[in-house]
Design a protein around this ligand. Sequence first.
Ligand code: LLP
Length: 434
Amino acid sequence: MDCFQYRNGQLFCEDVNLDDLASRVGTPAYVYSRRTLQEHYDRLAKAFAALKPIICYSIKSCGNVHICKLLGERGAGMDVVSGGELFRAKLAGVPMGKVVYAGVGKTDAEIRAAIEAKIGWFNIESEAEFENIAAIAKQMGATANAALRVNPDVYDAKTHAKTSTGKKETKFGVDIERARRFFEHYGRDKHLKLNAIHLHIGSPIYSADPYVQAITKALELIDELRNQGHTISALDIGGGFAADYESGASPDAANYAEAIVPLLEKFHKEGGTIILEPGRTIAANSGILLSRVQYIKMGGKKKFVIVDTGMHHLVRPTLYDSFHFIWPTKVSPMHTPTGRSKEMNLPGLELCDVVGPICESGDFLAKERPLPPVARGDLVAIFTAGAYGMVMASNYNAMPRPPEVLIDGGKAIVIRRRETYDDLVQQEREAVPV
Ligand code: LLP
């Protein structure tokens, strides 16, 4: 599942003892496992190999340029949603032809940069956006490829409302009816070649069924469009494959592929390109947030474990009520976890709220969570924090963001240094009249 495992009661990332690491880099710290990142990427590549897909890693899930670089070297393209993410992809040396660019609000400057870079496809979200990109391409005397983002009107009931996107009423893409008119109207543009379909139905999606439904609808649409004389050379099925927040709770790459690959074999054999946009399924289990217990406090009958990180570094629990397994890094044999789950059937656990230092009651990482006894100074690991962790971190309450450390076997490499107080005020050093 991942390379964060206990050895004789001590949590390791690959071959690095995390208590030793904390004494070198301090806490809080995001810690990633290179081997897990690579294995998760390789598993997807292997599971979908029959389709020879372009696997566009979704930078938004964990955008550190060193991580993008190592995935790029593995063969990944990138899914970007802003000029900033395009900049990261370039810096990571990813071939621009393997970059897809989604997002409902692309600005003119971002569009120009992407056309100049010769990215693979713009994923188009609306008529107005198509017209704007086509006009900019024409002005620049350039051509670009476009995929129309279609909402297949399917969704996974388990996906949180804030991250479900495949329904008809969403700000993303257009519904299937509108897609037909879209191609009639714009399908023959010379500068922005509308030659692909893009789907993204939400994140995380805990079963293959919604993909099967969405892809089936997309293939019907593609047949129709081809019959009308349009060229459809690529189908991008988006991201959203789940991660193991709880042991064994989500399908693995092979489970998704088993259901999806047979549907797409014909399209692939006829020369169609398949694109995947996985983020979380590669990054989530590859990272933890390492934190130190500051204080233990009672509030009425409730026990609070106050740690040196919180919603400012990992906003998912308070934003989506999401579950992240939390456990001390040093445990007795009796408390060595055999799996990660909400219910842990081990003796001597106590229900605790794990909370941070931010001045908001929403600043929690876990509520009513069974934990082995912990004391001031102990280290805890907040698991499966590699995706949508650091990228969504903020400086709220003027808290510097943690460093990011990449573990490679027995080596630890700081791939983003800890922010300083000086970093916090860098942009405010001058007051400039305009
Ligand atoms: N493609 C598109 C067009 C997307 O919008 C997303 C995610 C992905 C791919 C990658 O999805 P993934 O494979 O990582 O599930 N902050 C939320 C997740 C928001 C996802 C936004 N779009 C969270 O922490 O759960």
